[in-house]
Design a binder for this molecule. Sequence first.
Ligand code: PCA
Length: 123
Amino acid sequence: MTTVFVYGTLKRGGSNHLFLEGQKYLGAVRTEPGFTLYSLGDYPGMVRAPGDTSGVTGELWSVDDACLAELDRLEGLDEGLYERVDVLLLPNPHAPSAQAYLYLRPHHGLPPVGDTWPVGPAT
Ligand code: PCA
């Protein structure tokens, strides 16, 4: 099992959330400062942002190996769209760190999103 931090379309209510079906939701969390989001249109990319003070909000999930492999394919690791790295989370009851997908392509000129991608549980 791997603990994954999701911040975009994989969140509950997001367009790719079905990829987490059957996995274990651990709770809402935030990364340590130093990360921010840019919009790629239908999905966000999280990048390192030295000087950022707020971090990024998201959800913590415990996923099995088959799910993780599918997420890696979905996020285009092979094409160099995202890389999966360990990020520190703010102190929280769930885990000190988690795997997260960082956007690898240039983000200059993309619309800044800030700390939260506006997708959540369907109401
Ligand atoms: N899906 C992944 C990375 C960006 C996206 O839209 C996620 O939700 O964490």
